[in-house]
Design a protein around this ligand. Structure first.
Ligand SMILES: [Zn+2]
Length: 336
């Protein structure tokens, strides 16, 4: 467990006031990463120090997750879709096997990380034997640079997409490229995937890395009618303007709630300007620039802020709440 993970009295007050009775009693976290220390022992200290997300959290066993969830959501039961850590220097074979073990031994579902060099046969065998519910490819497998200008097919090949299509399974896609969702090459490749592999349930992670409204607005516009063929997850997204647009423009059956634990276990929130987000955090990470030092001790858990934002916008729409917080993820990542 991360030492920095602490619950303060004001967190309990926030939970009881804004979340406890409004969040469904049972819900699904459709985006959290699970591993053991030995799976990421080759990830260098420089790589971790160079990426705020990895510094925030790179390790989470199922037991750690139990403790985090019992602390954060004492009145809810949380069903988990377990993702491996799709990093280049991770031991992907062992991490996938860990997820397969969790599927077998716990009441969870899991996704399988592919590497572009994996053969179709080896993927199919491990995927079927492990009862996985989808794939989790990641741009890191083609380039170690965050937001690198690589093609989706550089980190998940057409042969692998073809297999996913035959399996009629889900792919949780973290988009590459600096331009994020509206990048013309991302838009073209999404179109190609929907066109060529129609039986894949394509979930675009983090609303297409649209942490800022500018990317989401432009992205939806450029996707046009393709948007109706996609699912989106909410992992790590806090921006109320993004959620407002999502709830207004997307079919609520296509939005899946996710946290991105163990990255988002800290206290804080975000502000946004000119298409960029800035993390405001209480904990002493190296990336904490302390822009508002007097306010830091009052920050509650980021995930509480995220859930409150969603609940405020959905209001009394219980049907949408059930869809977004539970049913959609169970339908998309189906039991195998
Ligand atoms: Zn993630």
């Amino acid at each position: 467990m991360y030492d920095y993970f602490k619950q303060y009295p004001h967190d309990v007050v926030f939970y009881e006031k804004w979340i406890k009775d409004r969040l469904p009693q049972s819900f699904v976290d459709a985006h959290a990463h699970f591993n053991l220390p030995e799976h990421v022992s080759n990830v260098s200290a420089e790589a971790i120090a160079g990426d705020w997300a990895l510094e925030s959290g790179l390790l989470m066993s199922i037991e750690d997750s139990d403790t985090y969830l019992q602390t954060l959501f004492p009145d809810q039961s949380v069903f988990r879709i377990c993702l491996p850590w799709p990093l280049r220097d991770a031991d992907t074979v062992a991490n996938n096997q860990y997820i397969a073990n969790l599927i077998q031994e716990h009441d969870v579902r899991g996704l399988f990380t592919v590497r572009p060099e994996y053969s179709r046969d080896s993927i199919e065998e491990a995927f079927v034997a492990g009862h996985f519910s989808g794939f989790k490819p990641y741009p890191y497998m083609a380039s170690a640079t965050k937001g690198a200008d690589v093609s989706i097919f550089d980190f998940m090949t057409h042969e692998q997409f073809k297999l996913a299509n035959e399996l009629k399974t889900a792919i949780l896609l973290h988009l590459p490229r600096r331009g994020r969702l509206p990048d013309p090459d991302n838009i073209a490749e999404i179109h190609l995937i929907l066109d060529r592999y129609p039986d894949i349930k394509l979930v675009v992670a983090h609303f297409g890395r649209s942490f800022c409204i500018e990317h989401f607005e432009k992205g939806l516009e450029k996707l046009g009618s393709d948007v109706q063929g996609l699912y989106f997850d909410t992992a790590a997204v806090l921006n109320p303007r993004v959620y407002d647009m999502a709830f207004n423009k997307l079919d609520h059956r296509r939005i899946l709630f996710g946290t991105d634990f163990p990255i988002m276990l800290w206290h804080g929130k975000r502000e946004w300007s000119d298409g960029q987000y800035h993390n405001l955090v209480r904990e002493e990470f190296s990336w904490n620039r302390h822009p508002y030092p007097d306010q830091e001790k009052d920050y509650t858990f980021y995930v509480y802020e995220q859930i409150k934002t969603i609940l405020d916008l959905l209001g009394s729409d219980e049907q949408s709440k059930q869809a977004i917080f539970k049913e959609n993820a169970l339908n998309v990542y189906d039991q195998r």
